[in-house]
Design a protein around this ligand. Structure first.
Ligand code: ADP
Ligand code: ADP
Length: 227
């Protein structure tokens, strides 16, 4: 997988400054949590890495390569948003396999099958694969949606509050699963949350973002011990 770096990234929407000089590095294979309140600039940060927004100034690098002008499609990262798009009438299996059939990956069916089963095993949804997604519970659907991102052979995962719509109990269970998946896969992950418990549970390191700036970065132990 790829390392990620943001070097002095600025981004404004009109007079509204979303990112005010973001400096951030995520090492190859690291699970990095970006923690901050609503409006701090978390989603915009992810979008600049994904290439969905270009910085006004500063640069984003993947594996040390400047991504300025590189199309999202060519960056090789997989991003998931707060709200997922699933095909409700199609099976969980199809929902997981369809990204792999897309022109971007074009995996042979047999290989896709292995990957889908691997991710379904990790997410505990192997028994649900034949069911239409519309017939699943919220928590099951959220697992499929997360699986749809994690199944991709991406250089990095960009996850935007993927557990935010779950109740506390389910969130806790999925947190543990995400942690386990992160430990197994070791794919660079930039994970955005406003929930400090979640960040502390998941992040190898945590960056605290406020008003478009990174105000603190460190291993979770350091962040934990500060007020
Ligand atoms: P977070 O993800 O931490 O909630 P965002 O990155 O979504 O924060 O937003 C950061 C700031 O940029 C906020 O003030 C938000 O209102 C503003 N913003 C984000 N996207 C847009 C947009 N498309 N148009 C105008 N303002 C935006
Ligand atoms: P990709 O990885 O290129 O997004 P997908 O198989 O996930 O490939 O999606 C193929 C197309 O279908 C994309 O344009 C995507 O935006 C769209 N799409 C995904 N989910 C839905 C949905 N639930 N309803 C309608 N369109 C969707």
């Amino acid at each position: 997988s790829a390392s990620i770096a943001l070097r002095g990234v600025h981004k404004s929407y009109g007079r509204n400054t979303a990112l005010d000089g973001i400096e951030l590095t995520v090492a190859e294979g690291e699970f990095f949590c970006l923690l901050g309140p609503s409006g701090a600039g978390k989603t915009t940060t992810l979008k600049t890495v994904a290439g969905l927004e270009e910085p006004d100034s500063g640069a984003v690098e993947l594996d040390g390569r400047d991504m300025t002008g590189v199309e999202p499609y060519d960056r090789g990262v997989a991003m998931c948003f707060e709200s997922y798009a699933l095909y409700p009438h199609r099976s969980a299996y199809d929902n997981l396999a369809s990204p792999l059939r897309s022109p971007k990956y074009r995996l042979p069916a047999a290989e896709a099958r292995v990957k889908v089963h691997e991710i379904a095993e990790l997410l505990g949804i192997k028994g649900l694969l034949e069911r239409p997604v519309g017939a699943l519970s919220n928590g099951q659907r959220q697992r499929v949606a997360l699986g749809r991102v994690l199944v991709r052979p991406a250089r990095a995962f960009l996850l935007d509050e993927p557990l935010s719509h779950l109740d506390a109990k389910l969130r806790q269970a999925m947190r543990a699963e995400l942690k386990a998946i992160g430990d197994v896969r070791r794919t660079t992950t930039l994970y955005v949350t406003h929930d400090s418990v979640e960040a502390l549970a998941l992040g190898d390191r945590i960056g605290v973002i406020s008003d478009g700036r990174i105000v603190q970065t460190g291993p979770r132990e350091d962040i934990w011990h500060r007020p």
